[in-house]
Design a protein around this ligand. Structure first.
Ligand code: PFF
Length: 465
C-alpha cells in the first residue's frame, strides 16, 4: 500500500499545496497525504480496532466495519476534505464562510470542538501508557514475563497514582510543542518515515503471529462472520470506530483539507488515506486476535488488550526488549501525529476566530486537556468505582465521544454539505482542480440520502433500543 502511495507521489510530486493568504501549508503532495494518514493512523487502528473487534465477536464485526467504510467513511472523507478546502478555515470558520448569510450553521462547529477535547483527554492516557511501556521495556521489566505477568504489569502501571501522569504530561507537552511549531514543520518530515516504519513492523509481527500455536483459531475467528451476535448496538460501535479511525466528524480532516491546494485530487487522496488506514487496522487485528487465542487471553480484557498481547509476542522473539521498545516508540509517534491533528482543530479555531496567538492557544488547550485527562487516568485504577452511566470515566469519555459525538458531528456536517452548501457546489470544488469527479452521482446520492439516513438510524436505534 505504501509502495502504491510512493509510486503515485513520485510521478506527481509537484508542490501542490498552495495556501491562500498566510495560512500554513504542506510542502508537497506527499506531505499532505502522509500528514493526513498520520492523523488517521494512530491508537484508533492499533489499540482501539482490535479491542472493539474482540469485544464484538470477530468476523461479523469486521465485515460490518468494511461496509460502514464504503457506505459512510469514504464518502464522508471526500466531503470533509472538500468542505475544508472550499471554506479554507477552521472548524467554525468553515461554516461561517460557506453558509447563507444570517444562518447560524457555524454553531455545528462547536460540537466537533467538544469532541476533540474529549477524545484528546483519553487519547493522552493511552499514549501515556505507551510511553510507560517504552520505559519499562528499556528497564527490562517486560522481558520474560508470561501473559499473566504482563496482565499484572498493565494493572499495576495503569492503576498507579503516579506513573500514568508522567506518561500523559510528557505526551501532551510534546503534542503542544509540535503544534506551536506548526503542523507542517512539526510533522511533515517525520510522518514520511514513521508511517512506513509502523507498517513494516506490523508486517513482521504478523508473520511471527502466524507461527504461534493456536493462532489459526484466532485467524478463523477474525474472518468467519457469525451474524447471530450482531445488533444495532454493534452497528453503532462500527460507525463510531469508522469515525474515530478516519478522524471524521471532528474537524481534523476539515482543518487539514483547508491546507490543501486547488489542484489536488480529493477523491483519489481520500481513497489512499482510507486504504492506508484500513490496512493498518486490519493488520493490527490480524496480530492481536490470533495472539489472544494463542495465549488464552480474554477478548473482554478492555483497554489494556494490546499492552498485554503485543509484549507477549515480543517475548517469544530473540531481543524481546528491543522489539518492545521499537514498537511502543513507533506507536507513541503514531499517536502523536494523530493528537497533533486533534489539538490543531482547537488551535486553528482559537487563532482564527478568537485571535489568540498560536503558542498561547496550544498551551491553553493542552492545559485544559491535561486537567480532563486526570480523572480518565485515575479511573483505570484508584477511582475505578466512580461510574457514569454504568461506565468508568475513561470508557464514558470514549463511548460518548466516539459513538455519539463523532457520528452526530458527522451527521450535521454531512447534512450541511448535502443540503445547505449543496453537492453541486462540492462537486464543482472537487473538479476545480482539473481532474473530473467521475463518481459524482453515486457520491451525491450517498451524501444527501444514504449517509445521513444510515447515521441517524444507527445512532437513534443503537442508543435507545
Ligand atoms: N484517527 C485517530 C486514530 O485512529 O488514532 C484518532 C483521531 C485523530 C480521531 C484525529 C479524531 C481526530 F480528529
Amino acid at each position: 500500500m505504501f509502495i502504491m502511495i510512493f509510486d503515485y507521489l513520485r510521478y506527481n510530486n509537484t508542490g501542490v499545496f498552495a495556501l491562500p493568504s498566510k495560512r500554513e501549508n504542506f510542502g508537497s503532495r506527499l506531505g499532505f497525504v502522509m500528514a493526513t494518514v498520520g492523523s488517521a493512523v494512530g491508537l484508533g487502528n492499533v489499540w482501539r480496532f482490535p479491542t472493539v473487534v474482540a469485544e464484538n465477536g470477530g468476523g461479523a464485526f469486521v465485515l460490518l466495519y468494511l461496509a460502514m467504510i464504503l457506505l459512510i467513511g469514504l464518502p464522508t472523507m471526500i466531503a470533509e476534505l472538500t468542505l475544508g478546502r472550499a471554506g479554507s478555515r477552521n472548524i467554525v470558520g468553515v461554516f461561517k464562510n460557506l453558509s447563507p448569510r444570517r444562518q447560524k450553521w457555524w454553531l455545528i462547529g462547536l460540537l466537533p470542538l467538544l469532541a476533540t477535547f474529549m477524545v484528546l483527554s483519553f487519547y493522552a492516557v493511552v499514549a501515556g501508557w505507551s510511553i510507560l511501556y517504552v520505559a519499562s521495556s528499556l528497564l527490562g521489566i517486560t522481558a520474560g514475563l508470561s501473559a499473566e505477568g504482563l496482565e499484572e504489569l498493565f494493572a499495576s502501571l495503569s492503576g498507579s497514582y503516579l506513573y500514568p501522569f508522567m506518561g500523559q504530561i510528557f505526551f501532551i507537552a510534546v503534542t503542544v510543542g509540535i503544534v506551536v511549531v506548526g503542523v507542517r514543520k512539526g510533522i511533515e518530515r517525520w510522518v514520511k518515515v514513521l508511517m512506513p516504519g509502523i507498517f513494516i513492523l506490523l508486517l513482521v509481527l504478523f508473520v511471527r503471529t502466524l507461527f504461534l500455536d493456536g493462532a489459526l483459531e484466532g485467524l478463523v475467528w477474525f474472518f468467519r462472520p457469525d451474524f447471530g451476535g450482531l445488533s444495532v448496538n454493534t452497528a453503532l460501535q462500527a460507525v463510531g470506530q469508522v469515525f474515530f479511525s478516519f478522524s471524521l466528524g471532528m474537524g481534523a480532516i476539515i482543518t487539514y483539507g483547508s491546507y490543501l491546494a486547488r489542484d489536488a485530487d480529493i477523491p483519489l487522496n481520500s481513497l489512499y488515506i482510507s486504504a492506508a488506514d484500513l490496512g493498518v487496522a486490519i493488520l493490527s487485528g490480524l496480530i492481536v486476535i490470533p495472539t489472544l487465542f494463542a495465549f488464552g487471553i480474554s477478548p473482554q480484557t478492555g483497554p489494556g488488550l494490546i499492552f498485554i498481547t503485543l509484549p507477549a509476542i515480543f517475548n517469544t522473539l530473540p531481543w524481546s526488549a528491543l522489539w518492545t521498545v521499537i514498537f511502543f516508540t513507533l506507536l507513541t509517534f503514531a499517536a502523536l501525529t494523530s493528537a497533533v491533528s486533534l489539538l490543531e482543530v482547537m488551535v486553528a479555531y482559537l487563532i482564527e476566530e478568537r485571535n489568540w496567538p498560536r503558542a498561547f492557544s496550544a498551551a491553553g488547550a493542552g492545559f485544559i486537556v491535561f486537567i480532563a485527562s486526570i480523572p480518565a487516568a485515575l479511573s483505570q485504577g484508584p477511582v475505578k468505582s466512580l461510574r457514569l452511566a454504568g461506565l468508568d470515566f475513561f470508557s464514558f469519555l470514549d463511548f460518548t465521544a466516539s459513538n455519539i459525538l463523532l457520528p452526530l458531528g458527522g451527521l450535521l456536517i454531512i447534512i450541511f454539505i448535502g443540503w445547505v452548501w449543496g453537492t453541486a457546489r462540492a462537486g464543482a470544488e472537487i473538479s476545480s482542480g482539473g481532474s473530473p469527479f467521475r463518481w459524482f452521482l453515486p457520491w451525491s446520492v450517498l451524501v444527501r440520502i444514504v449517509v445521513p439516513l444510515a447515521i441517524a438510524y444507527i445512532l437513534v436505534s443503537g442508543l435507545f433500543f
